[in-house]
Ligand binder design. Structure first.
Ligand code: ZN
Length: 141
């Protein structure tokens, strides 16, 4: 059984954006496929040599936009620098409106989550205070 992978799939794999099923097939065949390993190595080196190269590989190979998961990680600032740089150039220099909209949406969600979290904490303290002062009143009377 032979499996062939396109350069764009290999690049997607390096970006951890390849779908899980293809990625697991790739990981199975990779150790025994010298040629595939070499191609992966070449793409990795090209990608590592700068954001422009990574961006142009992405464009040339017609790679899809980063996933929402990746964008979310980018917002949280937990992406590797290389990947974060690419996303920034993809959005700011290439001006990808899809990713921009996704990013705005995710940002709003994260802000909302933080607000909900803060509101919950405040509410918890308020109700505890309410509870204790009520107990105090009961004891006083
Ligand atoms: Zn995009």
């Amino acid at each position: 059984m032979t499996h062939s992978f396109s350069d764009s799939e290999l690049a997607a794999y390096l970006e951890e954006d390849l779908d899980a099923e293809r990625a697991s097939v790739l990981e199975q065949v990779l150790p025994d496929d010298e040629l595939l390993l070499q191609r992966l190595q070449t793409i990795r080196q090209q990608a590592a040599s700068g954001e422009h190269t990574l961006g142009s590989i992405w464009r040339q190979q017609g790679l899809s936009c980063p996933s929402r998961k990746t964008l979310g990680a980018y917002l949280l600032g937990i992406l590797p620098q290389e990947q974060a740089l690419f996303i920034r150039s993809h959005i700011e220099m290439r001006g990808c409106t899809t990713c921009r909209a996704n990013l705005d949406d995710l940002q709003e969600q994260q802000t909302q989550n933080q607000e909900t979290q803060a509101a919950r904490t405040t509410k918890y303290y308020q109700s505890s205070i309410g509870y204790f002062s009520q107990r105090q009143d009961e004891m006083d009377s």
